[in-house]
Write a protein that binds this ligand. Structure first.
Ligand code: CP
Length: 309
């Protein structure tokens, strides 16, 4: 992304200014109003073709981007690595350049390798949107999370947000830390010592290993999934023990002398990091996060396309 409020690519939250994020939010406000109207669609991107390249599993992000693109009137092609020539040994650059030769303007990519989107942006002639690159960043998730906090409280500045769980393997955590700090929130991470990166406090955030104390401190708790698919060793004795120490339950909330807002980026492992009753309770804004994802992604794609005209 360039300076000022222009967008070249959206590769991460790191480097985005407060003003750029506010521009995304204000644009998303307009799209959210549109989505809540009977019309739901605008032809704003009718001349734009977007390829969604997913080299990793996804439900929310893939559907949300595709809906955002279609609501903007773009032409959309979907690619998943499991059924592509990647399986025959084709490189990422060859795959993408072959797709781009079919006159594609923008690429939305999820990839297991951290930095894959930056690499692509340097080697192909298209605007790139990062839909999650390994353990690095998931910028649109952080934007929709912060937008949902803004919607709930009126502003993000001054809010205390604890991100709980597998911080070590989480791209959502890193993007959230950058986004929330840029918007003036206070951030804490909470989890077992083995799942918190060493020296993470140097990012200017608090660290706790005690969930009860962290919940007492915060206005918002963002509960993360344990990313077993990224874990190459055992980081805690059992899921049962993890859940006992770091799972969010009604019993734990009953011991607080205040109400807090509960978030989760999904997918949820019910009964591990959060119990079903809390995930589905009035304190949870999990489905509002998903709803806001479409407006946020419409805003990002719209602003990118504006910069390309
Ligand atoms: N939050 C998120 O990225 O979910 P998916 O993996 O389903 O896209």
């Amino acid at each position: 992304m360039s300076t000022e409020n222009n967008f070249d690519h959206l590769l991460g939250i790191k480097g985005l200014s407060q003003s750029q994020i506010q521009t995304i939010f204000e644009t998303a406000d307009n799209f959210k109003s549109l989505l809540n109207s009977p019309v739901k669609k605008t032809p704003a991107l009718r001349d734009t073709t977007i390829a969604n390249l997913f080299f990793e599993n996804s439900t929310r992000t893939r559907v949300s981007f595709e809906l955002a693109e279609k609501r903007l009137g773009a032409d959309v092609v979907n690619f998943s690595s499991s059924s592509s020539s990647v399986k025959k040994g084709e490189t990422l650059i060859d795959t993408v350049n072959n797709i781009l030769s079919m006159k594609v303007d923008m690429v939305v990519m999820r990839h297991p390798a951290p930095g894959a989107c930056l690499f692509l942006a340097k080697h192909v002639n298209a605007q790139i949107v990062n839909a999650g690159d390994g353990t690095h960043e998931h910028p649109t998730q952080a934007l929709l999370d912060a937008y949902s906090i803004r919607e709930k409280f009126g502003e993000v500045a001054g809010k205390k947000v604890v991100i709980v769980g597998d911080i070590l393997h989480s791209r959502v955590a890193l993007s959230n830390i950058y986004c929330l700090q840029t918007l003036g929130a206070e951030v804490m991470v909470c989890g077992p010592v083995t799942l918190i990166p060493k020296n993470i406090e140097k990012l200017g955030i608090k660290v706790s290993h005690n969930l009860n104390q962290a919940l007492q401190w915060c206005d918002v708790a963002n509960m993360l999934r344990i990313q077993l698919e990224r874990q190459d060793q055992r980081y805690f004795p059992s899921l049962k023990e993890y859940s006992k120490l770091y799972g969010l339950s009604q019993d734990r909330l009953d011991h607080l002398n205040k109400e807090i807002c509960i978030m989760h980026p999904g997918p949820i492992n019910r009964g591990v990091e959060i119990t079903s009753d809390i995930a589905d309770s009035n304190h949870s804004i999990i489905l509002q996060q998903v709803e806001n994802g479409v407006a946020i992604r419409m805003a990002v794609l719209f602003l990118l396309a504006q910069n390309n005209r």
